[in-house]
Design a protein around this ligand. Structure first.
Ligand code: GLU
Length: 467
């Protein structure tokens, strides 16, 4: 079999949305699985709606998802000469022709067809007129009047389109610019694309594109049209269902691996398996198990999967992702042993990286920010003695280990007759400013001896100042 070459051709008219990311992912996974190539092409011919910012946003989101491309990005606006070369070929071979019909004439044809109970379409008036190129001429493809064009779809099976319902459609406007379907086919052909997975909103274009392949005598690619992603109310996923762009999901604290795991499952399955690593997906992905029915996007499921991915990674792998979210909270941290220790304490309890970052803030602050209620309740003169003992004993520790800290607690419990909670909770407030945190020992260990002592001493001063 030839090398598999797939593509992702976004129109840069906005951010990379969930549906587009899923399409990109399917094509990328298939290329990676088959050790083929994945091509990125920017379909920017709609000058009014295409922007450079969108191109940047799309590339950034793909990079964040870890979807890398082997070729491109190509830009359709830089390829008009290539399209024209092929249009000339089609004209020369008689497969396409110039048409000078005016909009009024076309309207009249459509009305007439409608009056005859037919689909409104161009009637082929200029087909045999052998017109030459002129300022007002478009180029049309000569399409068959009868027979069927069958899309052999790897997802949907065969779908037939009556050729009689496809008119001689325009492939080049009178201003010389190529029409969408022509550009797509010439791109796919010249880029060697042999497998096209895309949303089924494009199925309507496929027979026209197939007729262009046929007219050029070119080999047809494999097509697969996947159902659209739906929102919870089963209508097509849109803004009113919540966040749509990949960038927003990054900001909401999802890991790229969780994202691709979730996206791939919106339209592909491997038995009952829900959790996939990236390598797992590359190994197992296939076209056979792309589903025919639409899936619903469910943020709760994505969140649950995200928690699993967070738990499955090493602190070192998570650190760079966390740094982004810490920065959003105004904290400049490094991917170092300290941050990795912090992550270890938060990993089992964080569903998102935003949660993790919020839970991590206290580790990095120079001064603890006290929750007023917590400080009032737990940092009172009656804990002064206990806090002083804790600071003193911890300061004196040679080895700052879990065992040593446990012994400090035991000793204080014996000396003060306080129960474990009566020591742990004020200490927790002293260290974090709040009453919720990771387990006391793991937290103290991650914070380090010096900072621990400093914070207990600061709490002591606070109590003294207030009394
Ligand atoms: N540019 C089209 C889009 O963004 C994709 C076209 C195709 O996959 O053939 O929807």
């Amino acid at each position: 079999m030839d090398t598999i070459i797939t593509r992702f051709p976004p129109s840069p008219t906005g951010y990379l949305h969930i549906g587009g990311a899923r399409t990109a992912l399917f094509n990328w996974l298939y290329a990676r699985k088959k050790k083929g190539k994945f091509v990125l092409r920017i379909e920017d011919t709609d000058a009014a709606r295409s922007t450079e910012e969108s191109v940047d946003a799309i590339l950034e989101s793909l990079e964040w998802l870890g979807i890398d491309w082997d070729e491109g990005p190509y830009f359709q606006t830089q390829r008009y000469d290539i399209y024209n070369e092929y249009i000339e070929k089609l004209i020369k071979s008689g497969a396409a022709y110039y048409c000078s019909c005016t909009p009024e004439e076309i309207d009249a044809m459509r009305e007439e067809a409608k009056a005859n109970g037919q689909k409104p379409m161009y009637n082929g008036k200029c087909r045999n007129r052998n017109l030459e190129k002129a300022d007002n001429t478009v180029v049309r493809l000569k399409t068959p009047d009868s027979g069927v064009t069958i899309v052999q779809d790897v997802v949907k099976g065969a779908t037939s389109f009556q050729n009689s319902e496809i008119d001689d459609f325009i492939i080049r406007r009178s201003d010389g610019s190529a029409m969408y379907n022509l550009a797509v086919v010439i791109d796919d052909l010249t880029m060697g694309i042999n497998t096209i997975i895309r949303g089924d909103d494009h199925l309507i274009n496929t027979p026209k594109q197939m007729l262009i392949y046929q007219a050029l005598g070119a080999e047809m690619p494999v097509f697969g049209h996947v159902p659209m992603v739906l929102g919870a109310d089963k209508s097509r996923l849109s803004k009113r269902h919540g966040a749509m762009s990949v960038g927003e999901y990054k900001k909401m604290g999802f890991l790229p691996d969780a994202m691709i795991n979730y996206l791939v499952r919106l339209g592909w399955s491997h038995g009952d398996q829900e959790f996939f690593t990236r390598d797992d997906l590359i190994e197992k992905f296939n076209l056979e198990h792309l589903g025919r029915s639409a899936s619903m996007f469910d943020t709760d499921k994505l969140t649950a999967l995200n928690a699993k991915h967070i738990q499955s990674k090493s602190p070192a792998e998570l650190a760079d992702h966390l740094l982004f979210h810490l920065k959003e909270l105004g904290i400049d941290a490094q991917n170092n042993a300290f941050t990795q220790g912090v992550i270890e304490t938060l990993q089992p309890r964080s569903k998102t990286l935003v949660e993790m970052a919020q839970g991590a803030v206290f580790y990095y602050l120079d001064e603890v920010q006290f929750d007023e209620k917590a400080a009032k309740k737990f940092l009172k003169p009656d804990v002064l003695d206990m806090l002083q003992k804790s600071a003193g004993y911890i300061k004196g520790l040679e080895a700052y280990t879990q065992e040593a800290l446990e012994n400090v607690f035991k000793q204080i419990m014996e000396e003060t007759d306080l129960k474990f909670g009566k020591i742990a909770q004020p200490l927790r407030v002293a260290i974090t400013g709040t009453t919720v945190s990771p387990g006391i020992f793991e937290m103290l260990l991650a914070l380090g001896k010096e900072k621990t002592v400093q914070r207990i001493e600061a709490a002591i001063r606070l109590i003294q100042d207030n009394s």
